[in-house]
Write a protein that binds this ligand. Sequence first.
Ligand code: 3PG
Length: 406
Amino acid sequence: MQIPSIKRVRNLKNKTVLLRVDCNVPLLRGKILDDTRIRASLPTIQYLTEKGAKVVVLAHLGRPNGKVVRKLRLDPVIKRYKTLLKKDIQKIYSGNFRFSKRKLRAIHTYIQKMKAGGVVFFDNIRFSPDEKNNTGLLAETLASFGDIFVLDGFAVAHRASASVSGIPLFLKSYAGVLLQQEIRELSTLLTKPSQPFVTILGGAKAETKIPIIACLLPKAKHILIGGGVANTYFSACGYKIGDSIISKVVKKEAKLYGKKQKVITPIDVIVGTKNGSHYRIVDVKKTPHTICKKGEAIYDIGPQTVLLYARYIKQAKTLLWNGAMGYIEQEPYTMGTDAIARLFGSRSKGRARGIIGGGETIASMEYVGMTDMVDYVSTGGGAMLEFLSDKTLPGISAIIQSAHKK
Ligand code: 3PG
């Protein structure tokens, strides 16, 4: 996929660059719990400031749904940027983006007077009631603040919002360093993965993983499934699985894909109570049977499944993982996911190229202390899933189209 890079622009000196990043980080009482996404956006900001651009940043935090929500102000994030970039960074606006004429003039004047290499932020763009609906008016107003637009927030590229896919209709637009890197890494999986390519898919929402199975099936040597994806397959085949999480809407597809030779399903599972007070291993036989009754659910893959999946992981040259194998919020149901994380980490950086993405997957890799052993950690949650399902991401297509137009 060819996307115009910001590095293509010859002279950035004193140009005002409107930059959309994704710094949607987890916060607890105003404290940032993990600043990975902030750090991932630094190379583009550094590149722009070193070239003498004036950088005006747009970003979101959480889902304030068009209202100004105090807890979702960008201040803690801006503070972290200040520390990491060692720069004085001002927030130039903190309302709902329905600017009065006076305010609009004031912002334009402020930006005009900015020094080359300066960085400023608007507050959370999702405070705007017009961001999600992508009203042309908001996009056009935002576009008036810059000379060019750069999209670097891969994690938000699947949202057709004003600040993502709206602005490129009005401004010459480019991809930032991170967006390009994400496209490069993930495209390799879709086009020329080194074989054997082994994909591991889990997580609660089977409906987000089924399209990936459909898309990767011709490319992957094996797809190992766990979590809600496996549960949905079992349920569709007629196994009784008590209160286990399933996605009814994709039962038909789960059965269809689960029966493919390349798709490997659990041969044993951990069944128990939600609070983990009682649990046991249940073998999964070929002919459908009762795995557990109401009051119990499947909460993890079992030890024989870990051994089976290890055999595939140990042969892989390319590895992709998204989604926990079980209910990792509760001990002892973390065991299967932790084991997969260790196997994945051990095989990555060397014998296989290992790529992970998704909050739970990244957290599990962190938990076993092996994140550094993984080749690439995608910043995209939903965006990564949609990219790997071969869907068109509105942010990416807007940038490509903007290049064709001008
Ligand atoms: C994310 O956290 O995946 C991105 O920031 C997008 O957030 P959203 O799902 O609220 O659009």
